[in-house]
Design a binder for this molecule. Structure first.
Ligand SMILES: [Zn+2]
Ligand SMILES: [Zn+2]
Length: 151
């Protein structure tokens, strides 16, 4: 376990001595209570949004988001919808929606294809350079032969 460090609570922003929990004692207490409430709410309202939970339970959005981002809600089996970081579509896992994820994958693939074709190009130019050198040698040899013929 890390040594206790003084830092700001990510939920309430109060200064506290972190013993490895990441939030202050007050928020930890509140978190475990809110977690139970949230889990119950989610079971009763499957696919609800963070905003819905916040208004229904009068729970701070920050706390719900903090729980979600740390996977606590996922651990509890809750499927809470929250906006995709790129387009804002509601998702229940990961950072981006399926569309954005596949968009990223496609973009990634294109980059890789470009890298591969660039590698192919450099290979080709290397081969061309290799091709060039024997030709020069052949020309030189022919020149040499011609000179011999002259004498
Ligand atoms: Zn706190
Ligand atoms: Zn998206």
């Amino acid at each position: 376990m890390a040594a206790p460090t003084l830092k700001n609570c990510p939920v309430c922003h109060k200064l506290f001595l972190d013993k490895g929990y990441g939030v202050c004692n007050n928020c930890m207490q509140e978190q475990s209570e809110t977690k139970q409430k949230i889990l119950q709410y989610v079971q009763e309202h499957p696919g609800c949004t963070v905003a819905e939970i916040a208004s229904a339970l009068n729970a701070p959005m920050k706390l719900i988001k903090y729980l979600r981002e740390h996977g606590d809600l996922v651990d509890l089996g809750a499927a809470i919808k929250y906006p995709c970081k790129k387009c804002g579509a509601l998702i229940d896992r990961g950072t981006y929606c399926r569309a954005c994820t596949s968009e990223f994958a496609e973009a990634n693939q294109k980059i890789q294809q470009r890298v591969q074709s660039a590698e192919r190009l450099s290979d080709l130019s290397k081969e061309l350079k290799k091709d060039n050198s024997p030709k020069k040698k052949v020309k030189l040899r022919m020149h040499f032969i011609n000179m011999n013929d002259d004498t």
